[in-house]
Design a protein around this ligand. Structure first.
Ligand code: GLN
Length: 485
């Protein structure tokens, strides 16, 4: 079985037929991780922790089922990596932060439980920007991740490790989280598929919170069908997350059989303005030509409030982050500042722990968010941002009255060099220009590869769908993917 190209179906079928075993597949992936992920290999740095014992026990279970000739679950023996913001019982969960050093959650996130119940082999925890705040994975306290497609470049963020591990063939699929682009953007940068499910589609139980009204859990895979398979496993209501929806889960894989002929595709003019890289623009035009050739009706639409999306996102996300991150105080989880002359009192201990434990970007956001929520500024910033969020959502609702899906860029530029943008946080925030509106509106979105630049860097295209209509989005993505082959 070829590492890096075997699909979920191929692995499952290979195990069922006795051509390979789940144990062998897991060993192969661990061997590649050992050879390439660390500094003596390619230094990709995607894994922060391996859960070998748990993985091998699960692989043995799958092999026992196969040996008895029993039917195998949908993800049988599929090696999967988990972003380090999701809880895996007994494994470290750092969220890319020093403040959680040493913390091991005593439970599994619901998405993790569901993957394992569906037969997946959980390899370990994947690097990410600290508390999922960032667009390059350079905000991780455990070092940046390198882009497997260009080792001197960033893999995107915040789920950089999740995208890189799949792109490097360390895992067949992975889980990430997306608050303002953190699945779709790294998928584009690493040349893989990444899915932002509708808000409420996948349980957030066991996800370390960044901005609760925006946070979503979703999959990465090398191809659209695998991504659809992953989502159908993790989606669905969960009694442990009151915001998870009771709507029945769609048949995402079955939907792929339906042709896209006749689908109406909206192209938002606002997403093709100044600042969009010429090669990305050309690649998306080609993808749209392919959709036309497949019988889609492509038309220009307006999302008039798009230019307010970045400021709105950075007020709401930081405000919610300042509230969520108050729980890290040296008492309950992870790091506690060593007692010294300055930390005689409880509040000094809190202060020192937070000072030592949080990185610069996280501190910046806590300050911004606390400011936006403070008396006197709440109306000017937070309430205003909530109002604009409604306008952004209405833009999409109006658009989806006319079209079935929206196709747009996900990043204005190809992946940049490591270190290139770290000095200017605002520059980094502006990279999120095409991703944050869908996050604020709660709609579904995904990214699928659609070519590469002359220099060989991956280009991705974003497909957005109405709330709880992942099926249509997947169909459009498959059509774009097929046209690439
Ligand atoms: N880049 C965005 C940010 O830094 C999005 C991050 C995310 O989706 N978690 O906030």
């Amino acid at each position: 079985m070829e590492l890096g190209s075997a699909t979920i179906q191929e692995i499952r079928a290979g195990i069922a037929s006795g051509k390979t075993t789940a144990t062998a597949v897991a060993e192969q992936h661990y061997a590649r991780i050992a050879a390439e992920d660390g500094p003596s290999g390619k230094g990709i740095n995607s894994f922060l922790a391996l859960s070998r014992e748990r993985a091998m026990a699960q692989a043995a279970k799958i092999d026992a089922l196969a040996a008895k000739g029993e039917p195998l679950p949908p993800l049988a023996g599929v090696p999967v990596g988990i972003k380090d913001v999701l809880a895996m019982k007994g494994s470290p969960a750092t969220a890319g932060s020093k403040i959680l050093q040493g913390y091991k959650p005593p439970y599994d996130a619901t998405a993790v439980t569901r993957l394992e119940s569906a037969g997946a082999v959980l390899l370990g925890k994947l690097n990410c920007d600290e508390f999922a705040m960032g667009s390059s994975n350079e905000n991780s306290a455990y070092g940046p991740v390198r882009n497997p497609r260009a080792l001197d470049r960033v893999p995107g963020g915040s789920s950089g490790g999740s995208a890189a591990a799949v792109a490097a063939g360390f895992a067949v699929a992975s889980l990430g989280s997306d608050t303002g682009g953190s699945i779709r953007q790294p998928a584009a940068f690493c040349g893989v598929v990444g899915v932002l499910p509708t808000y409420g589609r996948v349980s957030r139980f066991g996800l370390i919170a960044f901005a609760s009204s925006l946070d979503r859990v979703g999959p990465f895979a090398t191809n659209v069908r695998d991504a659809a398979t992953m989502l159908s496993v993790i989606a669905g209501q969960d009694a442990k997350d009151a915001t998870s929806s009771d709507r029945p889960v769609g048949d995402y894989v079955g939907a792929l059989a339906k042709p896209v002929k006749g689908l109406r595709i909206g192209v938002p003019a606002e997403y093709f303005g100044e600042g969009l890289d010429a090669e990305i623009r050309a690649a998306i035009e080609r993808a749209l030509d392919g959709l036309r050739a497949a019988g889609c009706v492509v038309k220009t639409i307006a999302l008039p409030h798009t230019r307010y999306a970045i400021p709105t996102y950075y007020v709401i996300a930081t405000a919610e982050a300042s509230a969520n991150l108050s729980r890290f105080d040296g008492v309950r989880f992870g790091l506690r500042a060593a007692e010294n002359a300055g930390s005689q009192t409880l509040s000094a201990m809190y202060r020192e722990t937070r000072d030592q434990g949080f990185g610069a970007e996280v501190k910046r956001r806590i300050l911004l968010g606390t400011y936006a929520l403070s008396a006197g500024y709440y109306d000017a910033y937070y309430r205003k941002a909530q109002q604009v969020r409604t306008l952004l959502t209405r833009d999409f609702l109006a658009a989806f009255a006319q079209v079935d899906a929206i196709v747009a860029p996900i990043t204005p530029t190809p992946p940049w060099k490591l270190g290139e943008k770290t000095a200017d946080p605002l520059q980094m925030y502006l990279e999120d220009i095409y991703s944050v509106a869908a996050s604020l509106a709660g709609i579904c979105g995904m990214c699928v590869p659609c070519g590469e630049t002359k220099a060989g860097l991956p280009i991705g295209v974003q497909i957005m769908g109405p709330h709880f209509n992942e099926e249509t989005m997947f169909r459009v993505a498959l059509s774009i993917e097929t046209a690439q082959r």
